[in-house]
Ligand binder design. Sequence first.
Ligand SMILES: NC(=O)c1ccc[n+]([C@@H]2O[C@H](COP(=O)([O-])OP(=O)(O)OC[C@H]3O[C@@H](n4cnc5c(N)ncnc54)[C@H](OP(=O)(O)O)[C@@H]3O)[C@@H](O)[C@H]2O)c1
Length: 261
Amino acid sequence: MMSKRTALITGASAGIGQRFAHRLAREGYNLILVARRRKRLEALADKLTEQYGVDVRLLVEDLADAQAPARIVDQVRNWGLHIDFLVNNAGFAAKTSLVNSDWADLNREIQVMITALTELMIHFGKQMVPRGYGHIVNVSSLAAFAPTPAGMLYTGIKSYVLNASESADMEFKRSGVHVTALCPGFTYTEFHDVQGTREKVSKLPSIFWQDADAVVEAGYRAVLTGQPVCVPGTFNKSMGALSRLLPESLRYRLGSRGRIY
Ligand SMILES: NC(=O)c1ccc[n+]([C@@H]2O[C@H](COP(=O)([O-])OP(=O)(O)OC[C@H]3O[C@@H](n4cnc5c(N)ncnc54)[C@H](OP(=O)(O)O)[C@@H]3O)[C@@H](O)[C@H]2O)c1
């Protein structure tokens, strides 16, 4: 049975996106799950349907493909659905330096985390505004607050997500549609395995780390209560606030030593 609310989550096959799927299913949302790994999505869909009795549809898409967002929007329209809750979460970080990167690889980062995110936010946001209802969570990062050399394009991309989310929220909130930039710090997911930095980051003390469920809960509550920016966890909040208070020159010096994050 279809309920009246539908959530679309990108990057639902693992980590924060997968936990968002559980959280929103628990709230009774029917789900549209987007990622590249079909088997992962199918296993998750079976679990969510069994556990929560919600309707789950899958869109196996590579968001680095420039046509993917339009295909997603078309498919949602063809299903006759509208999106009430959008989680723009899919993402990854490259490990190599700028000079050792191919433009094609850098462009994939931009396509997945900027272009696709923006396209989906605007398409579905435009449909939410006249209905006067909707929630959008764009997953940024604590890294948005300060560049580091290790961050490559990533910190710039996440700064864009933070700023674009705030701008969109300023415009949409008058119509009852809320946008939140969720800015997690180090979170236990597959992110650092994909990046190839697991060994290095696992040496960080536990105070740096959060469970994906805690991140999701903070983001969910933030968008429901109309907070445009959510930095989950006390430690991360302090780091984010400190980054914003530091003079630019000091922030640059600390960042270039890679000592802030
Ligand atoms: N974990 C952290 O410490 C941390 C901290 C701050 C911010 N974040 C942000 O949190 C978000 C989620 O990351 P996570 O930590 O949950 O990492 P994760 O466990 O590696 O999950 C990443 C998700 O993104 C999807 N994805 C990656 N590239 C994709 C593509 N080209 N097309 C479609 N889907 C794609 C993956 O699915 P498929 O591989 O199946 O496509 C997967 O579902 C990211 O935006 C990340 O930047 C993470």
